[in-house]
Each structure stands twice: as C-alpha cells, then as structure tokens.
Design a protein around this ligand. Sequence first.
Ligand code: AMP
Length: 190
Amino acid sequence: MLNLVLFGPPGAGKGTQAEFLIKSFGLDHLSTGDLLRSEFAAGTKLGLEAKSYMEKGELVPDEVVIGMIKSKLESNKDTKGFIFDGFPRTVDQAKALDEVLNENATPISGMLSLEVDKQELINRLLSRGKVSGRADDQDQSIIENRINVYNEKTLPLIEYYKPQGKHFGINGMGSIEDIAGKLIGIVEKL
Ligand code: AMP
C-alpha cells in the first residue's frame, strides 16, 4: 500500500498535483480542507465548529480533524493507498496518523513537500479566490495568516519525517506538468 503525504503551504499546488498522483497510482484522495468544507455545506455540527477557524485562517483543533480522518480511513479499507492533502498539519496530527496506520501495518511511504515563494503563494491564492469563491482565498490578511500558521505549526513536520528518510523536497515553482513529472518519478522509486 502506498500512503503519501502531499505537503506544502497554502497555494503550493497540492490539490492540482494530487490529481496527477491519483491518476498515476490509483490512490484515494483525503483532503481535510475539502472534507471540512463539505461538512460545513451539509450544515453538520462539526462543519459549523470548523467554520469559525477556517474563516480566520486558523487551524481547526487537532481532535476534530483527527476524528474526521480516522472515520475516513475506517470506511476506505479496500484501497491501494491514500494521498493525504493538507493533513497532517501539526506534529500531533502526524503522530495520530502514524498510530492508526501502524495498527493496520500500512505506514506513510513518503512526504512530498512542494516549495514555493511567499509572494507567489499570495498571488496564486488571490487569483484562485476570484474563481473558487473561497472567502479565505480573497482576503490578503487571512492569506498571510494562513502562511504564518503554516510556518509556525506545520513546517516543523519536515523535521518529523526527515529522520525517517521520508521527506522529499520539490521545487513547486515550474510548470504544472514538470512538477507532476518530478513527483511521479519520486513515487515510482518509493
Ligand atoms: P485547505 O483547503 O487545506 O487550504 O484548508 C482550509 C482550512 O481548513 C485551513 O485554513 C484550516 O482552517 C482548515 N484545515 C484544513 N486541514 C486542516 C488540518 N489538517 N488541521 C487543521 N485545520 C485544517
């Protein structure tokens, strides 16, 4: 089983690249951002609780996100593997994920980390906001907060996966197809 963490700041291209990896390797996509937005659209208690954090560009509490991921893993047992997109975002989330995966003897195969300059991230998110309608992509101060939260709480995850030999850094600034080619090349060797 192939379990990939697709890592990088907001606007790094995780969703776009996930599609290439899904096509190439037949993986199931688990994006916590997408899951939270559909919880909210469905008007669930979890979705309503998450919304107040998402609007500000803050992280939703670990226990909420971990509980959501656990139930998705439980209900997708027949899979070639998962691509985790936007999760884990804290060291506690990564530890909780490892616990569940280790219970099933299906550990993380690799962490693919997309590296993109801050100004490029802001430009990409503002243009995505014009078409996606996502409120958190339309306000520069919320975007900057999301990047700060990433640097403070999420970036340390590199030091969690590196000693395990699972971290792969990729320049995320080139053409979409070139980046996809690099990612696929790395995953083929895992
Ligand atoms: P994304 O679609 O990945 O950019 O996520 C949008 C928002 O959802 C984030 O700014 C957070 O508020 C929330 N979110 C998504 N994934 C997580 C996570 N793993 N942990 C905490 N909050 C999350």
